[in-house]
Design a protein around this ligand. Structure first.
Ligand code: AP5
Length: 220
């Protein structure tokens, strides 16, 4: 089983790359951001607690996100591997993930840090939108649908933007990343599993760099 963490600030391309790697390597994407947004949409207790925190750009509690990950690891016990996208984000989450994996006899293979200039992050996030039906990601300048107003994947004509993708919230999310997430890198550097990738390159070039780190895709 292959296990990797995609680490990087908001807008670094974690979700974009996770989607591509899922298709290519047959891995399952575990995005705590997506899980929390689904909980908000469903109006669950977790969603009600997370909603205001996410809109402010702060971090949801370690307990909530770790429970979401733990449940998904159990649900997908037979998966060929996982891409952790947006988790862990704090030292407590990094330690909790170690415990979750060790209890299942699993071990991380790679932590891939996507490095992107901060100016580019704001630009990327403010231009981002997704298909309201299948969630395919687009960008006002870098990745428009091939036929204007029509999703390339499912043909839907409805698109949406995230409520936390505004300049003020992005600044808070970046500050949270610097203060709480970047400091977990030494935890993984000590294990010799960190690789850095230039996230400023074109999307397919970033994917090629990650492919080289992961090795040959499994046959799926
Ligand atoms: P989350 O959903 O995880 O958001 P994030 O980390 O802020 O990351 P983003 O999804 O904004 O960016 P990304 O790196 O995936 O970039 P993307 O591929 O979309 O978390 C949201 C919130 O949930 C948090 O603020 C927090 O409140 C809460 N939360 C989630 N997990 C939590 C946790 N573990 N603990 C506590 N709270 C948690 O790319 C961005 C744009 O750039 C796209 O338009 C894309 O097309 C474009 N793009 C991507 N790559 C490139 C490239 N190489 N060149 C040009 N454009 C590119």
């Amino acid at each position: 089983m292959k296990l990797l963490i995609l680490l990087g600030p908001p807008g670094a391309g974690k979700g974009t790359q996770a989607q591509l790697l899922m298709t290519k390597h047959g891995l399952i994407q575990l995005s705590t951001g997506d899980m929390l947004r689904a909980a908000v949409k469903a109006g669950s207790d977790v969603g009600r607690e997370a909603d205001a925190i996410m809109k402010s750009g702060g971090l949801v509690s370690d307990e909530i996100v770790t429970k979401l990950i733990s449940d998904r690891l159990d649900d997908e016990a037979h998966a060929p591997g996982f891409i952790f996208d947006g988790y862990p984000r704090t030292q407590a989450q990094a330690e909790a993930l170690d415990a979750l994996l060790s209890a299942r006899g699993l071990k991380l293979d790679h932590v891939i840090e996507l490095e992107v200039d901060e100016d580019a992050l704001v630009d990327r996030i403010s231009g981002r939108f997704t298909c309201a039906t299948c969630n395919e990601g687009y960008h006002d300048r870098y990745k428009l649908p091939k036929v204007a107003g029509t999703c390339d994947v499912c043909g839907s004509h409805e698109f949406k933007r995230r409520p936390d993708d505004n300049a003020e919230t992005v600044r808070t999310r970046l500050a949270e990343y610097r203060a709480k997430t970047a400091p977990i890198l030494p935890h993984y550097e000590a294990q010799g599993i960190v690789a850095r990738v230039d996230g400023m390159a074109d999307i397919d070039v970033v994917t090629e760099s990650i492919d080289r780190i992961l090795g040959e895709p499994a046959t799926v």
